[in-house]
Design a protein around this ligand. Structure first.
Ligand code: GLN
Length: 531
């Protein structure tokens, strides 16, 4: 096996500095030099995974192809680098403890007292090193969630400290901090950075590269000061100033030589420059796109991060079409029959968003009806697709009480129903239909021509399904099933061929759109919206 190098990315001062974007950018720059990489996220919270977390707590829940519900940073990793992450790329304190406790019950440590050090830290180290993963990686990048000084992240820091000692030159510590600007003093302040580094030094870790997040350009003197106060070489201090788009971050890091600093620290040759041509072209196209296409996102979480992957997929698709997508969030809770036209006015296309539970669903159904009648390009995703289906049953098939079992246990017109195998499930966490499933596309359908192939595989995250009992009625009245699971016969895609673009997917195509490979459904949706 090739020798693996390890890069640790930690954060200090405050959260939300964009460690995920930085980790993804580092991955991208190393790939662009021909290296193979993977990126993993270690989160210090106790939940086994973020699957049961409310998006207000933790933003979107991202799903890997092998069906793990994970942190949204994995979405950045995949979108930036095109790598395929798996359940091994997302680890929480909960999972670490779960494994250790199971091992204890099995008798694996018989006779020993189980402690945070060494048992928990050993399990963290085992997962960081991925010795059982046979794939070849030149670099394994590990991002540690949370902020230095948190009680919860202490075992992760201890694991990193030990690994530096064990791996030596094969490992580098990168620390991301914040340099605030104090308006009243007219000054940029480096003290929080100094404190954060000191805190790490107190844990026995010397950051070797510092990335300073800042809203204002830092001049040389500031960078020099940080270098000398924190025991870091001058060219290992880089700034990450606010940029118009996250996709400019890798180029900014490259400009400042972050990739070179990393390679030097790992004692690897660093001649030449990374091949970022395709990426640069994407950023140029993004910045050159003038024509705006306004897309309304009908959902219930009024929070940027809640629909992260959909937002990014729309941006990728816009660039591919030479358009600038302007996303407008429309809260479905406040949509009524009376105001729907006004709420969606100006939109050239509408996305009906995924979600769980009752809140805001009637507004989604009203939006679906409006879009169908107005022949508006409309993309329903998961719960969004289910709402398209319910709307059609209520207003076209004539079942006024049509609903999903999720919302109404008693309706005889349960056009969205719970699957047989889901009925006996009592545990909430990790028990939905999760991960990638096959889908056979109908010859002659719109989706068949959009994908340009017959079989696709897309990721799922839901418990309820289209009820096949009603399928014939739907097809007769013009809403067809154009994608089906070949094994189970479950409906994966519905569309109304008569309309311009009215497609609902039970799966989440947004999880697999990347910068260099935008998802065909989103690309075609924006094309149709821009017409
Ligand atoms: N709540 C729906 C279900 O469980 C849809 C889930 C989703 O939109 N991801 O089937």
């Amino acid at each position: 096996m090739k020798e693996r190098r390890f890069i640790f990315v930690t954060g200090g001062v405050v959260s939300s500095l964009g460690k995920g974007i930085i980790s993804a950018s580092i991955g991208k720059l190393l790939q662009a030099r021909g290296y193979s990489i993977t990126i993993q996220k270690f989160d210090p919270y106790i939940n086994i995974d973020p699957g049961t977390l409310n998006p207000y707590e933790h933003g979107e829940c991202y799903v890997t192809r092998d069906g793990m519900e994970t942190d949204l940073d994995l979405g950045h990793y995949e979108r930036f680098t095109g790598i395929e992450t798996t359940r091994d790329n997302s680890v929480t304190t909960g999972r670490i403890y779960h494994t250790v406790i199971e091992n204890e019950r099995r008798g694996n440590y018989l006779g020993k007292t189980i402690q945070v050090v060494p048992h928990i830290t050993d399990e963290i180290k085992r997962r960081i090193l991925r010795k059982e993963d046979p794939r070849e990686y030149d670099f394994i990048i590990t991002e540690v969630g949370g902020t230095i000084g948190d009680i919860e992240s202490a075992p992760f820091m201890e694991a990193i400290r030990q690994l530096k000692w064990e791996l030596g030159k094969n490992c580098v510590n990168i620390h991301l901090t914040y340099v605030p600007y104090l308006k009243a003093a007219g000054e940029l302040k480096t003290k929080p950075t100094q404190h954060s580094v000191k805190e790490m030094q107190g844990m026995g870790i010397q950051p070797e590269i510092l990335i300073l997040r800042t809203e204002r350009d830092l001049d040389k003197a500031v960078l020099e000061k940080v270098a000398s106060f924190c025991n870091v070489e001058r060219d290992c201090v880089v700034q990450s100033q606010d940029l118009p788009s996250i996709y400019e971050v890798p180029l900014n890091m490259q400009k400042q030589g972050l990739d070179k600093a990393i390679l030097r620290k790992l004692q690897l040759p660093c001649e030449g420059t990374p091949d970022m041509e395709e990426w640069r072209k994407f950023v140029e196209d993004m910045n050159n796109a003038k024509e705006i296409v306004k897309i309304a996102m009908v959902g219930k979480y009024d929070l940027q991060d809640a629909y992260k992957s959909i937002r990014e997929s729309l941006i990728h698709a816009g660039v591919r079409n030479g358009k600038r997508v302007k996303i407008e969030f429309v809260n479905s809770e406040f949509i009524t029959k009376e105001n729907v036209a006004e709420r969606l006015s100006g939109a050239k296309g509408v996305v009906i968003c995924p979600g769980f539970g009752q809140r805001g669903i009637e507004g989604k159904i009203i939006a679906a009806e409006y879009c169908r009648l107005q022949n508006m390009p409309t993309f329903g995703i998961c719960l969004g697709m289910q709402m398209m289906v319910i709307e059609f049953a209520r207003n076209v098939l004539g079942y006024a009480d049509a609903n999903s079992r999720e919302m109404d246990l008693a309706t005889p017109h349960n056009v969205i129903d719970i699957m047989e195998e889901q009925k006996s499930i009592t545990m909430m966490g990790g028990t939905m239909r999760l991960g990638a499933y096959n889908c056979q596309l109908l010859p002659g359908s719109r989706v068949r021509s959009i994908y340009g192939k017959e079989q696709i595989k897309e990721r799922h995250r839901h418990r309820y399904e289209f009820n096949n009992k009603f399928l014939e009625e739907y097809q007769k009245r013009g809403m067809i099933c154009s994608g089906r699971n070949p094994e189970s016969g479950l409906v994966e895609i519905v569309e109304i061929p008569e309309l311009k673009w009215y497609i609902g997917t039970q799966f989440h195509p947004e999880y697999s759109s990347t910068v260099l490979n935008p998802h065909p459904l989103f690309v075609d949706f924006i094309r149709a919206a821009a017409l």
